[in-house]
Design a protein. Structure first.
Lengths: 198, 594
């Protein structure tokens, strides 16, 4: 047993330096050179270089002129109160399928959508009234975006087709035509609608 | 049923099966120290490590020496990680938005054991707890080293069956070093760069504040105008956590986080990283024991169980939650993925989420990309059953192969008794000492999982404030049978060294930190040491030509016998628990019971 003590300690130290220091530094260094935008969090910037958000991290919207994502008003607000005292990290709701709080939350989101657009009586796509896994989902489904088109157009006093054009611009299809789901980037649509990016 | 989901499942499995042979052959070459393309670069580093560590690469170990080395190395890793987590504030190099504090002793202990056993159960949220330094030197390094140690034990087990009249099973330090240098590091490096290209961050910047496009009000009515987005060397952890079948994420929500898993392509790559090496080990095994067909049959058993899990989970999740549908919500696919989207990300939909649930629960890897606590009762039960089967469908890196063979040996033993012959496996007789070890490894799982679950359910410490307002913390979050499943799921996951959870369980308190750490240790060493002992016994035996009446190992009959044994053993052990949790909940959900 004692005979294996030296190899145990030395292997642990050397391999920890190799995999815990050299490797992360190498990956980060190469990434900073080759993929600078992605490596630094895919931050969208305006012409002056101000950070407007990350294309991968959702923001919450509940005003009628914006496309709403999956961070509906009833949930917590991830990453908006991130300081030393109140650390809010990423989180799903973790509500079980029969938890009454789940029905309450879904009903709350349905009510908010109906209240903002009483004329719209179409069935609501499920992704728009459920919480995402991360609480930060940057996307909604094309159906969930289409559901909101008339409301956004009316609130902004533009035509529905103009809204649809912006949505189409930020809609991604399945990867390689097969993997994942078609999706709309909520923040980018709203930034373009506000004229912050084009 | 959604054809897009099934197309993804089929292509995923096709890629895995296509990679089994090349991956298996490469592993066989690496651990036989045969020549590979990477030798010119890695041989000098390897020699340097051996010289510093005082290792003679030609010296072979008995199974006892091998087991002692494995345990010593794991203990060292645990202590080092514990120290790093306790000393955290003095060590972090960057300036994140929050000030990391030392982890509480019970949390640091739980986390250290968790990562050193490849469980990577996380009772903490990464971005609010860990400094960049802890994520790298502490967690990323253990992801490599614990994974490599598991692979080493798997190789020693295979050698035990491949050798005859031999007192040794290999050299742990050599296997560990070669697993790290030749297998994990090169694949992780290339994979990590592909992930960054797709959007996974790799930086040491402080957390990034951005102004919200639409300012909001929080629950207290105060204005919220900005969002603070955590950064960090995410890519360095992201691929190896899957490749080493560990699964502990950089962020709280693991692979559901858009920074950990930004696109369907990263989802595919991360899931392949979990499965390809453990699947390849079936080919390594077949090649080394000289019965390639037998290796393929083991793979066939794995794929059968994998597909069955996919089909059931997909059906349950795509059917969705009738209570949500009753509110007037559209849960049929068409312009959106439909189904049960609570806790799932839009970019993965039902297909990409279910594929990840089945892959991670079978692959001893906790890196789920959707919240299993919000799955339908049957959907969540599939992931639970996969862990209870014993992580033998692909399973953990190196550990999956001995897990499935241990169960196959029970099948052969029972089969042998039925026809009245001494059972044998690959020309080795399964006599009393061997079957004792197999029996030990088989009973230790239900003993640990069931006893600890019972303890948690039966005591106020485990139930928490839901039942007992006097207790300061809430552990069980969801009411009804779901809360029961939360607890059972946690111990099943810890013992399986998986690490995924129903995240609704409030597990960061001394009771869960201590009992779960115990389950992790028993699950790791309680299987690895009997497996090594078995390898030692088999290595000593001379290989006899197959006797008449011995069950042929390269026919579908063997595959069926193994499949039946796997299902029988776990069914006998766990059906009452499954009935109390997911089954009742399902009946309640569809309205059969009230």
């Amino acid at each position: 047993m004692l005979k294996q003590l030296r190899p145990a300690i030395v292997s642990l130290v050397v391999l920890t330096i190799l995999t815990g220091l050299a490797y992360p530094l190498l990956v980060t260094g190469i990434s900073q050179v080759l993929f600078n935008y992605q490596a630094n969090g895919s931050i969208i910037r305006d012409a002056q270089g101000n950070a407007l958000g990350s294309e991968l991290i959702g923001q919450q919207f509940d005003a009628p002129q914006y496309l709403w994502g999956r961070l509906s008003a009833t949930g917590p607000l991830p990453y908006t109160a991130f300081n030393g005292e109140t650390l809010t990290g990423s989180s799903g709701s973790n509500l079980g399928p029969l938890n009454p709080a789940l029905e309450e939350a879904v009903q709350g989101r349905i009510d908010a959508l109906r209240e903002a657009d009483p004329a719209n009586t179409l069935p609501i796509p499920v992704d728009l009234v459920t919480a995402s896994g991360s609480g930060l989902d940057p996307h909604v489904s094309p159906a969930a975006a289409e559901y909101q088109v008339t409301r956004i157009a009316e609130a902004r006093d533009i035509s529905a087709d103009q809204v649809r054009q912006v949505i189409a611009k930020y809609t991604e299809g399945r990867t390689l035509g097969l993997f994942g789901e078609p999706r709309v980037n909520v923040l980018r649509v709203n930034l373009e609608l506000d004229g912050k990016i084009s | 049923m959604n054809v897009w989901s099934y197309a993804q499942y089929a292509l995923f499995l096709a890629i895995v099966i296509a990679l089994v042979w090349p991956a298996g052959a490469y592993l066989a070459r690496v651990f036989a120290a045969e020549r590979t393309l990477l030798d010119p670069l890695l041989r000098p580093i390897e020699r340097l490590i051996y010289r510093a560590a005082g290792v003679d690469a030609r010296e072979e170990m008995s199974w006892q020496q091998y087991a002692v080395s494995f345990v010593l190395f794991s203990a060292g890793g645990t202590l080092l990680l514990y120290a790093l987590l306790r000393l955290q504030p003095g060590l972090h190099p960057a300036d994140p938005a929050f000030a990391p504090v030392p982890l509480a002793p019970d949390l640091a202990m739980n986390t250290a054991i968790s990562f050193a056993t490849t469980t990577t159960w996380q009772a903490y949220g990464g971005e609010t707890t860990m400094s960049y330094w802890s994520q790298m030197v502490g967690l990323a390094a253990q992801n490599f080293l614990a994974g490599a140690a598991g692979l080493a034990v798997g190789m020693a087990f295979i050698r035990g069956l491949a050798r005859q009249v031999s007192g040794t099973v290999g050299n742990f330090w050599v296997d560990l070093t070669r697993a790290t240098l030749w297998v994990l590091l090169p694949i992780a490096l290339i994979g990590a760069l592909v992930l960054v290209w797709q959007g996974v961050p790799a930086n040491f910047s402080p957390y990034q504040p951005v102004a919200l496009l639409q300012p909001l009000q929080n629950a207290e009515g105060q204005a919220v105008t900005q969002q603070i987005i955590p950064q960090g060397p995410v890519a360095a952890l992201e691929l190896i956590k899957n490749l080493g079948t560990n699964g502990g994420g950089f962020f709280n929500v693991n692979a559901a986080h858009p920074y950990e898993n930004p696109t369907p392509l990263t989802n595919l790559i991360e899931l392949l990283a979990i499965v390809v090496l453990p699947a390849g080990l079936t080919a390594t095994f077949g090649r080394m024991v000289g019965n390639q067909r037998h290796g393929w049959l083991l793979l066939a058993v794995m794929v059968t169980l994998f597909v069955a899990g996919l089909a059931i989970c997909d059906w349950a999740e795509q059917a969705g939650n009738p209570r949500v549908a009753a509110l007037g919500v559209d849960i049929l696919p068409g312009g959106h993925s439909g189904g049960n989207m609570e806790g799932k990300e839009t970019r993965f939909g039902i297909g990409g989420s279910v594929l990840a649930a089945i892959t991670t629960s079978n692959g001893a890897t906790g890196s789920y990309n959707s919240m299993h606590a919000s799955y339908t009762p049957i959907g969540g039960a599939v992931a639970l059953v996969n862990m209870l089967l014993g992580e033998l469908v692909f399973g953990g890196l190196g550990t999956g192969i001995y897990s499935i063979i241990l169960v196959a040996l029970i099948g052969l033993f029972i089969g042998g008794l039925m026809v009245g012959r001494t059972p044998e496996y690959l020309g080795k007789q399964i006599t009393v000492p061997e079957i004792k070890l197999v029996a030990l490894a088989t009973t230790i799982a239900p003993l640990t999982v069931l006893l600890l679950s019972a303890l948690a359910i039966a005591t106020p410490w485990g139930r928490g404030a839901l039942y007992d307002p006097q207790v300061a913390y809430t552990s069980i979050f969801n009411p009804g049978p779901h809360g029961f499943t939360e607890v059972f799921y946690a111990y099943a996951s810890a013992f399986a060294n998986n690490g995924q959870n129903f995240a609704s369980l409030g597990a960061n308190n001394p009771f869960y930190n201590i009992t779960l750490a115990l389950a992790m240790m028993v699950g790791r060493f309680g299987l690895a040491i009997p497996a090594l002992a078995l390898a030692g016994l088999f290595a000593q035996q001379r290989r006899k030509p197959a006797s008449i009446g011995a069950l042929p190992l390269d026919t579908p009959l063997f595959a069926l016998l193994t499949l039946g044994t796997i299902l029988l053993v776990s069914a006998l052990n766990y059906i009452p628990m499954l009935a109390l949790g997911p089954l009742i909940e399902h009946l309640l959900m569809v309205g059969v019971a009230n």
